[in-house]
Design a protein around this ligand. Structure first.
Ligand code: DLZ
Ligand code: SF4
Length: 507
């Protein structure tokens, strides 16, 4: 009697449910580098290198603890390139009574997995992924009967459930949310600590060479490669964040500075989302930092909300709404993604900076993704399928369960307001307030119309006009229509003309 236990590339945790009850001497753990996973969308080179290196390091750790590990490398000559056929090969090689695997992070992979039992003729148990703090059933129960979901209610429930930052039944400090303190513009002279970085070891170097050879046509810079690829390294990166960045994380959460891609953000999403870190240990580390006066409440609460609130919330929505969620397009947006999302060749300095940093690091921080790259895609009416694919490809922390609701729901409002109460559309004012990008831009941020006017300024209004039928009744947006209606006809015509001209030139 032995069991085949499968561990996917985003399940690199010893606590993973597929290892529950493992008999180390009898069972086999299968991990495989799958061509189809790396290419069904053409992931950023650094993302592939990161995940494959982290997988190989995790397999080594398992072996060192006595596990029988079957590890299939991408370039092993018999590798068939798909999950199902790799499982089939292993099942044919050895005798197993059944297969155990943890629920995957992607609907497409779940559907595939659900066919294994029948197609391979062996019982397959898909166990829930209990690294998450809210089960899909719990979330479905919470969401039942609500036409629109709101993070704030969900988040409070999670705070209470896990007793995080609580004084009995009250939130520590008297408020649940300190976001109003979290919008400080960047000031000059900020001393931003160096981010975590480690040199590529032998395993990483072998992976880097392989990625260079096989994925040269994928987006992004492979080197320098500095990500953490083991649990110890990921813990070290968490520690650096807690000790050196967390205190300023809240205040400067929305700030963007040219040449400072990491700011005071945590950059632990890579590690959380592939399993090297667990959500509750990050939350506890931040809460503990607050308790020893190492970081203020606005920072700690904001960070914790991302993890026990937002992260769990988007995952709940993903599993509740798939597969339909992938095709939502509330505004009927159908423009193609402009080339500059890949090349960074645009006169818009904000977009150029954010795409360049994305290409270099497979990372951009929250507000660069949302307010610059996402906002531009929203107000210029880019097809949500293409925007989703881009976000999934370019960020090393992006897995579909987290990427899709963030992009379709939060950034593009493609779900018509199930996740967010209004579209996150904005003109240039907020970018100018929160960054120093506009100073070095060919466009003039204060100009509203004309060839040298900042495109965000007219596209914002054009977006509202184009989507009036869908948005006018939204009480959080209706004020903006009143403002638009008060504009003189010449101004309205200029908005239309400049937008048309700009959008036509994009194609
Ligand atoms: C993202 C990714 C990539 C690029 N490659 C692999 C792989 O070769 N093998 C693997 O097990 N996992 C990979 N992953 C992570 C998978 O996309 C992840 O396991 C799915 O999201 C699960 O649904
Ligand atoms: Fe971006 Fe407009 Fe500022 Fe240029 S002026 S950086 S395009 S917001």
């Amino acid at each position: 009697m032995s069991t085949l236990r499968i561990i996917l590339g985003d399940q690199l945790s010893l606590e993973i449910s597929s290892l529950d009850g493992v008999e180390v001497s009898k069972d086999t753990v299968l991990m495989c580098e799958i061509w189809n996973e790396a290419t069904y969308v053409k992931h950023h080179k650094k993302k592939i290198a990161f995940l494959f290196s982290a997988m190989r390091h995790f397999a080594e750790e398992l072996k060192a603890s006595g596990y029988n590990v079957e590890y299939v490398k991408l370039n092993d000559k018999d590798n068939t390139g798909f999950f199902k056929t790799e499982v089939e090969r292993t099942v044919k090689k050895h005798k197993f009574d059944h297969i155990v695997v943890t629920h995957p992070g992607e609907y497409r992979v779940l559907k595939d997995m659900q066919s294994w039992e029948q197609d391979l003729g062996i019982p397959v148990k898909i166990k829930s992924d209990d690294r998450f703090l809210c089960t899909t059933d719990e979330f479905a129960k919470w969401a039942k009967g609500r036409k629109q979901l709101r993070l704030e209610n969900f988040y409070r429930e999670m705070r209470k459930k896990y007793s995080i930052l609580m004084n009995g039944s009250d939130p520590v400090g008297g408020q649940w949310n300190y976001d109003s303190e979290n919008r400080q513009p960047p000031k000059s002279g900020l001393k931003i600590p160096k981010p975590y970085s480690s040199d590529a070891d032998g395993i990483s170097q072998e992976v880097i060479n392989m990625v260079a050879e096989h994925f040269s046509d994928h987006f992004g810079d492979l080197e320098p490669f500095y990500f953490a690829v083991t649990r110890d390294q990921a813990l070290q990166s968490l520690h650096l964040f807690i000790e050196h960045r967390l205190k300023d994380f809240g205040s400067f959460q929305d700030a963007m500075i040219e040449g400072e891609p990491w700011m005071y953000h945590s950059h632990i999403g890579f590690y959380l989302n592939c399993g090297l870190l667990l959500p509750m240990e990050c939350v506890k580390a931040a809460e503990e930092a607050f308790n020893r006066d190492k970081a203020p409440l606005n920072s700690v609460e904001g960070f914790i909300r991302q993890i026990i609130g937002w992260r769990e919330y988007v995952r709940g929505i993903y599993w509740l709404k798939m597969p339909d969620y992938a095709n939502e397009n509330f505004f009927g947006a159908k423009r193609n993604l402009p080339d500059f999302y890949w090349t960074a060749e645009t006169k818009m300095n904000c977009v150029r900076q954010c795409v360049s940093e994305t290409k270099k690091n497979a990372y951009a921080h929250h507000i660069q993704r949302l307010m610059v790259l996402g906002n531009f895609a929203l107000i210029s009416g880019i097809d949500p399928v293409q925007v989703n694919e881009w976000f999934l490809i370019v960020y090393a922390d992006a897995h579909e369960w987290v990427e899709l609701p963030n992009v379709s729901g939060m950034i593009l409002f493609a779900d018509g307001g199930y996740l967010a109460s209004k579209p996150y559309a904005a003109g240039a004012n907020y970018i100018n307030k929160m960054s120093n990008y506009c100073k070095n831009c060919s466009y003039k941020v204060t100009k509203k119309n004309g060839l040298d006017a900042c495109p965000f300024n007219f596209l914002y209004w054009d977006f509202l006009v184009r989507n009036r039928d869908q948005l006018q009744s939204n009480h959080r947006v209706s004020m903006m229509y009143k403002t638009y209606d008060r504009m003189d006809e010449g101004k309205k015509a200029a908005i239309r003309h400049d937008s048309q001209q700009f959008l036509d030139a994009l194609q």
